[in-house]
Design a protein around this ligand. Sequence first.
Ligand SMILES: Cc1cc2nc3c(=O)[nH]c(=O)nc-3n(C[C@H](O)[C@H](O)[C@H](O)COP(=O)(O)OP(=O)(O)OC[C@H]3O[C@@H](n4cnc5c(N)ncnc54)[C@H](O)[C@@H]3O)c2cc1C
Length: 494
Amino acid sequence: MPADASYADGSSSADVAVVGAGPNGLAAAVTLARAGLSVDVLERNSYAGGGASTREITLPGYRHDLASAVHPMALASPFFRAFELEQRIELAVPELSFGHPLPDGRVGKAWHSLARTADGLGRDGRAYRRLFGPMLEHVDEVNDFTTQSLIGIPESIWAATIFGLRTLEQGSPVWNARFREDIAPALLTGAAAHIIGRHPRLSMAGGGLALTLNAHARGWPVPIGGSQSISDALVADLTAHGGRVLTGVDVTSYADVAGYGTVLLDTSTSVLAQILGDRAPERYRKALQRFRHGNGASKVDFALSGPVPWTDPDLRRTPTVHLGGTRAQIAAAEAEVARGRVPTHPYVLVTQPSVIDPTRAPEGHAVLWAYAHVPYDSPVDMTEAITAAVERYAPGFRDLVLASTATPASELHTVSPNFAGGDFATGAVNLVQMLKRPVVSTHPWRTPVEGVYLASSATTPGPSVHGLAGWYAARLALQERFGLESPDLGPADA
Ligand SMILES: Cc1cc2nc3c(=O)[nH]c(=O)nc-3n(C[C@H](O)[C@H](O)[C@H](O)COP(=O)(O)OP(=O)(O)OC[C@H]3O[C@@H](n4cnc5c(N)ncnc54)[C@H](O)[C@@H]3O)c2cc1C
């Protein structure tokens, strides 16, 4: 237990320890504190936020998101809807959710409006509209389905069926059958490639469809002030309900948390295994050992003397641009990564929050965040590859760069140990590991050690800033350990 962990009433321990102040850890802590429990969040870093943190890492006055940058789930996640995040921070929703330039000069555009997007897709407009239209009409049901455990009976059979059929189509060799041209497929694959892996695959197709659906539903917002604003809103609510975040506390063994009756871990499965040690039965330990990491992201942050001069003017207005070419070209680059090689022309995800959030850089200047997919733990600095990829569609970009900071995959653990090796999903996202995250169970957040729960993206429903793994783990702990109901989370319920 940390040395300074004593309460005003003289007691030395809270009811619950949450290890890790990432979005899932903070979501868990808020839920537990709202239910009336005393909660300590123990965080290794000197600040709270984990994958939702914003810092000056190039030049003074330029604020960069260390990991997550764009937040479809801030509006779509059932946890953030209950927390009413929209009422607490400003989430700027762009008209153009994301853009995708192709090597021949054409540009795919996923507008917030489905109709406008379809209108821009020529002969494929109608097919695209048919793909998303029915899901859009029931978007909350679909979001609820995609963010729950795949084990068990879905709440909405309709949502499961309609989403499942489309995932089967887009995740299999018939993925091009619906389309006659190549812009719509490129748009879909650009979104599916937010998850690293070979294409077509069901897990990537499902993730890509869910992301694109939300691009047309509530949009792809950027928090004003950066992803840190989300973490700060969670910390503010936690502390308002008596909880504490103790920073600079690296939990390495069970002894570090033994004084707490209940412990929730916002950690990787390897740290979970280390903390549980011999307390966990061998079968569970083996399941944790079998849980596979995914490939990695090699990230670069740029401080710019002005906005990116994209050739297509619409790309100057969207925070998110996918680079990597056609569906076939992205699939080829991802196959290279799966074979353990750094592609010559990798898939690159670019965000330029300054187009919608002037707080990130001095007036007239801008920040740019980008990562390329690379093999697990690759030490390769992708600054030149990313600069060349942007320059191709925005001639003159290179001349705007005032400074840049590279975080290769092998260094991403410095942001959060959960991202070790660059695996920003904290465990590969494939069909097996979506069913078995990290074990096959209707309640995968529960560990076999009494009072210890897993609450990170290493468990259901996987990666992204949605707070759901933490929320689900906390609700289970409330019920099993304290006989308490899940509390209301809205600001009006404070
Ligand atoms: C480069 C990159 C880009 C991304 N882009 C997006 C995006 O645009 N949108 C999106 O939704 N998602 C994005 N993600 C994914 C998203 O950041 C993660 O899915 C999310 O942060 C997972 O939340 P978490 O709470 O499970 O883990 P984390 O955010 O990793 O938080 C875990 C926290 O626990 C702490 N911790 C871990 N172990 C210990 C320990 N033993 N003792 C003490 N503290 C510990 C860590 O320091 C960290 O603060 C991105 C991730 C990366 C790396």
